[in-house]
Structure formats: C-alpha cells, structure tokens
Design a protein around this ligand. Structure first.
Ligand code: GAL
Length: 672
C-alpha cells in the first residue's frame, strides 16, 4: 500500500492550536469577543463549518453566504487559519424532509429519524449528489482564501452511519461481493455456506446480516469490510472534488482512534489522508486515562508514513457530555493531556469546541470558553497551554523515536471477535490490546501499535494480543521475525481463524502453532468470577486452554483446577536466539507486568530517574532531542537531565524539578 501523506507542509507555522468553531450558534456580537479571546489564548487555527450545511444552503441550490463570509473575514483579519469543513455530516432538515429514505437503517430494520447527525446512508447515490453539490459550492467560494489551509471532510465518518442495512445498501453490498469473489461458488466456499444449507445460487439472494438471530460470521465480517469501504468511497468522492478545485490544499477527515475496534478500518483509510487527524476523549471510569492518551498516539503514529506528526483534531478541555457521569478534569489535567498527545507525535492540539454551547444536544459539553466565561480555570489553562505550545515550536516536525516494542492491532480481528458467538463472549478485543500496552507503558518502554501489514523489522519484541483473525502473510512474517532473532509474544485467542473467518484446523492457534512449538487441543473458558492460579504466582480469569508444549519450554503451569499441571505459558527458543512465547491463559495485569519484567529486555529510557506517575516521552530530529516530562503526581519530581527547558527558558545543568501536576520539555543536542 502506498501512503500519500508524505511531504505535505504542516498547515500552521507553529504547533496548531484551536478547536471546532461553531459561530452560527451565537449572535455576531459574540464573534468579536471570540476572536479577541482566541488571540489572547494563542489560537492559530479553527475548524469551521462542520455542521453548517443547513445554514449555508437554505433550499436546494439556494445559498446564504453572508454570515459565513463575515466569519471568514473576521478570522482572516485576526490571522487565524481555517481548517474548513465540508458540512456533509449534518444534512439540512429540508433535504431530509424531501428524502425520508436517506437516514440509515439498523440491523433490526428500524430507520434512524432526522434530528441527529451522520443521518445518511453512505451508499445512497442521491445523497452523494446533494453532498457533492454543497462541497463544490463551499470549495469554489472559499478554497482560494489565504487563511483556508486545510480541508476537514465531513466529521467522524462512521460515527452514526457505520453500517446501513437498507435496500440500497443491500444492492451495493451484493455489487461489492461480486467484485470481490467474481463467482458465487467462490463466495460459498469462503463463507462456508454448506452450514445450515445456506448455499447461495445467485448473488441476488444475498442480504446484509439483518435481524437479531445468529448469522454466518464470514458474512458479517464481509459486511463490516463493505461498510468501511462504502464510507471511504464517500470520503474519496469528496476528496477528489476538493483536489480538483484546490489541488494544493491538504485534505483530511477526523478519525476516532482509541483502543476499541473502530467504526471503519482506519489503517486502510490512512493512506488517503494528506495529514492524519484524530479525535480522542478520555473516559470517566478509566482508572488510567493517561495510558489511553498514550495508546491512541502510539496507534496514530504507526498509521502515518515514517512516524510523521499527526493532528489532534478534537479532545475536551474538561468534562464531555456523553458518558453516564461526566468527570471534570482536575487542575492541570487539560495541559498534561494535551502535552502528552504532543509527546506521542501530535503537531496540533485542537478541541471540541471553542465555546461551550447554550442549546442543543451538547449544551453540557466543556469548551475552551466555558459557560462561566473566560475568568475560569478552563480558560486560564487554555491560555497557558497556548503559550506553552508557542514555546514548543521547535518541536514541530520532529518524530517520536522508533520503538523497540510493537503491538499488533487490526480492526478486522476486532470485528471478528465482536461479531458472532464465541467460546467466551466476554473477551473485548480493545481491552486485551490495551492490557499489554499498559504493561510496557508503565515500564516506560516506547511502543508502536501497528497494523499487521507494517514492517516488523526494527522491533525487538512483537506482541500479538488476541489477534483472532490472522492472514497467512502475517503469520509468515511473524515467523520470519522470530527466525531473525526477535521475541514474539502471542496471547490467547490469537491466530484462530483465517481471513474468511474460518477456523484454522489441526490445533489452536493455527496461525502460530509452528513458531510457538505449542498447540492447544481444547479451550476451557471460565465462568464469571472464576479465577485460575499458576505455579509461579501468576493468576487470571476468563480464559484457559489445554496446551501441549511439544517443542517449547514451560514458563508456568496451572495449579489446581481441571488443567492442573498443564502448561499455561510456554517459550520456544529458536536457533538464531529468537523466542516465541505463548500466553495461552487470560493472565491479569500484575501477571502481565511480571511476564514483561521477567522475559523482555527494557528499552533504555530518555532519562534514568523513574518515578511512577512521571510520564517521560521523547521526540527527535537528526540533531536534536526533546524530552517531555509530564508529572501526573501530587508531588514534585526531580530528574537528572541537561539542556534548555523550553517552557521556562531555563538552562538545566544537571537536575530539573518538575513541579507536581506540571509539564516540562527539555531540548538537548543528540549524542552522536
Ligand atoms: C465528537 C464529535 C464532536 C462532538 C464531540 C463531543 O465525537 O466529532 O462534534 O460531538 O464528539 O465529545
């Protein structure tokens, strides 16, 4: 796959700072205060017009540009760059009234009602025609304005219309299948349709996986792939039009990359972005939200070419509004989160949204300017952050160093785990991947979270957590990685099915059995609350297996229970020194930590002092290094380091104190 986001210049001169700007929600008198406050806070870019379609096009082909002209002029006069949106995420109410067939249909065949957003079927050609009309109109009117620096296509495509099961989608699905399989016989083979006699005689007989009853998992997986491709096709249609009108402007759309399988397959979308952009929100019940921030950055970076910087398009200054209980951020957390994203490779820190809304579905979501106005903790921290980011300008364009630990993440594997009945239906894919990421993160090792088709060379350790679905090619390259001396860690419920979602026979995990020198004859899923104990003190829950360690050494065995004395974790050392570790049991976090400590060499850290809660990150160029020190602790942290500290301007001769809750970034020359 060739990546297109190569040498695109960054849209702002320094690190991008700002947020979604929705001035249509406010009286024009507020707009003047907005730009004044933006300048005060150091905002240099806003995302504009994301949900403005209904206000820009008042009837088919009838436009009301006046207010938008005024906003664009105002931003230009104040030298604020514009990441201009195509407003297709939220179609106007007149359009939806004329086309009740546009909203997507769920698997139970209920059609969405107008009133939310992304309320359109991605396969509907009539919707596409209307969408491209407003895209063209906006691009022709504003694309050549000097301060328009980037296109923001739609918004979080898939967040609301990730799947549509309507008849239009069904026909498009059949076309997609015909292009993929050519003959219905090949499809029957791939899906194993002899089961329940579901053999298809014609593509015409195929339906999306509608309804609530058990469906063929191979069909469901192809429907997930199709749904991602349909939305990508929509993005590409908008992109092609924008490139026709403004060939030099970068085009992106905001991803929602976190630890769960995504609505669409971002790793396959990434090559079509000029700059990669992400929306990331921490979640209230998350015990370690900082690790979730790190995880999303470690994934984003691996989606770009050569770990190029990416743009944090949205996060929150404080509480969101879509969780059952929405936690406000603690003092300093806004700054620590933002700088942590930069430490993980973001060259821009943007928020949803500039001013907290008075009305509408998101009226209790935090903004850069809260309901209480600028004389608040939030706006003061926003302004401090703006000043920090200006001082961090030298970081722009630098890269996070290549990690020694790679963790595979694949949406298709995640989708396949989630869809269809499984031996244990409580094995969330994202949680498994994040648990392994957490162990390395706690130790301070740099980690890349990468798609399985990325190159494995360069990593010392490759972790394959719960990669249920594995292509032959991935399995082969994992084996080559071990032959070349690498350490491969395969965890439970990986390598079980092939790309068609059919079980690999001859003993689990079929894709990795040979390299591991161990195989499983039967799964022993545990019941809720049941735990297991291993003879080295490790423990866990949810999952155990009856393993044979034919050519591997046993690291630890079950103690008690039906598998008493049988291997739970094995290691096979290959002739070149490479190792293949099989973690067949669902071991808990302390046990994962212990395994990582016992079996995997740590990566040398950028600073030698290690304190729990002091997050250390690094970015580098050929000549310079930037060491990020983010103190999540309640007390000061002292670090031995030399260089110049960018936020205070101080020269550090040998030690730096990072005050409780604060951040510091030390610039030093690289040792050659
Ligand atoms: C995002 C979305 C924004 C806003 C935000 C609230 O998913 O793109 O428009 O709704 O969530 O957290």
């Amino acid at each position: 796959m060739t990546l297109s986001h190569t040498d695109q210049p960054w849209p702002t001169a320094g690190i991008s700072f700002g947020g979604d700007y929705n001035p249509e929600q406010w009286d024009p008198s507020v707009w003047r205060e907005d730009v004044e406050l933006m300048r005060r806070a150091g905002v240099n870019m806003v995302s504009l017009g994301i949900f403005s379609w209904g206000l820009l096009e008042t009837a088919e082909g009838v436009y009301d540009w006046g207010w938008f002209d005024e906003i664009i002029n105002l931003l230009e006069q104040n030298d604020i760059s514009i990441d201009l949106a195509t407003p297709t995420a939220a179609p106007p109410s007149w359009l939806l009234a004329e086309h009740p067939e546009f909203p997507p249909v769920d698997h139970d065949m209920t059609r969405h009602w107008p009133g939310a957003r992304l309320g359109w079927c991605p396969s509907n050609p009539d919707f596409r025609r209307h969408a491209l009309r407003i895209v063209r109109a906006v691009a022709e009117r504003y694309g050549s304005r000097q301060h328009v620096v980037m296109w923001h296509v739609s918004n979080e495509l898939g967040g609301g219309n990730g799947h549509c099961y309507c008849d239009v989608s069904a026909a498009a699905f059949r076309g997609w299948l015909e292009r993929k399989y050519r003959t219905v016989e090949k499809l029957n083979e791939a899906w194993g349709t002899a089961f329940w006699g579901h053999y298809y005689r014609s593509f015409e007989h195929i339906l999306p996986p509608r309804g609530n009853d058990a469906k063929n998992p191979s069909l469901m997986l192809d429907f997930d792939r199709f749904s991602s491709d349909e939305l990508l096709d929509h993005y590409l249609a908008e992109r092609a039009l924008l490139k026709e009108i403004t060939p030099d402007l970068p085009v992106t759309t905001n991803f929602m990359v976190g630890a769960e399988p995504d609505a669409v397959d971002y790793a396959r979308w990434a090559p079509h972005m000029d700059i990669l952009a992400n929306d990331h929100y921490t979640r209230s019940p998350d015990p370690v939200p900082q690790q979730d921030v790190a995880f999303s950055g470690d994934r984003m970076r691996s989606l770009t070419t050569d770990r190029r910087p990416w743009l944090l398009m949205e996060h929150s200054t404080s509480a969101v509004n879509w969780q059952p209980r929405n936690r406000a951020k603690n003092p300093g957390e806004l700054i620590r989160d933002a700088i942590s994203h930069v430490a993980h490779g973001a060259d821009g820190v943007m928020y949803f949204q500039w001013r907290a809304s008075r009305a509408g579905a998101e009226q209790f979501h935090s903004g850069m300017v809260p309901h209480a106005g600028p004389d608040t903790k939030i706006f003061r921290e926003v302004s401090t952050l703006g000043a920090h980011l200006q001082r961090l300008a030298p970081v722009l364009g630098s890269r996070v160093p290549a990690a020694k630990v790679g963790i595979l993440f694949d949406n298709e594997a995640g989708w396949a785990v989630r869809r269809g009945v499984k031996p244990n239906n409580f094995l969330p894919y994202g949680a498994a991947v994040r648990a392994w990421h957490a162990a390395f993160w706690r130790r301070g090792d740099g980690v890349d979270v990468l798609p399985p088709w990325n190159d494995f060379a360069g990593y010392d350790t490759l972790v394959v957590p719960q990669l249920f679905l594995v292509a032959d090619d991935t399995a082969r390259r994992a084996e080559e990685f071990v032959t070349a001396g690498g350490t491969l860690v395969v965890t439970a419920f990986s390598g079980i099915v092939d790309e068609n979602d059919q079980v690999r026979l001859g003993g689990y995990p079929g894709a990795f059995r040979d390299v591991l020198g161990a195989w499983t004859e039967e799964f022993y899923p545990l019941q809720e609350g049941e735990t297991f104990q291993l003879d080295n003190g490790w423990s866990g829950r949810e999952w155990t297996e009856h393993v044979h360690a034919d050519e591997a050494d046993v690291v630890t065995r079950y103690q008690g229970g039906p598998l008493d004395g049988r291997p739970a974790v094995t290691v096979r050392t290959h002739p070149g020194g490479g190792r293949a570790i099989y973690v067949s049991a669902g071991i808990d976090s302390p046990s994962i930590d212990a395994l990582v400590t016992d079996l995997i060499e740590p990566t040398p850290p950028p600073v030698t002092d290690k304190l729990p809660g002091l997050e250390v990150g690094m970015r580098e160029t050929d000549t310079d290094e930037f060491v990020f020190l983010i103190n999540h602790r309640a007390d000061d942290a002292k670090v031995s380091i030399r260089g110049s500290e960018l936020l205070t301007g101080l020269t550090i001769d040998n030690a730096l104190v990072v005050p409780a809750g604060e951040v510091r970034v030390v610039h030093r020359r690289r040792e050659v």
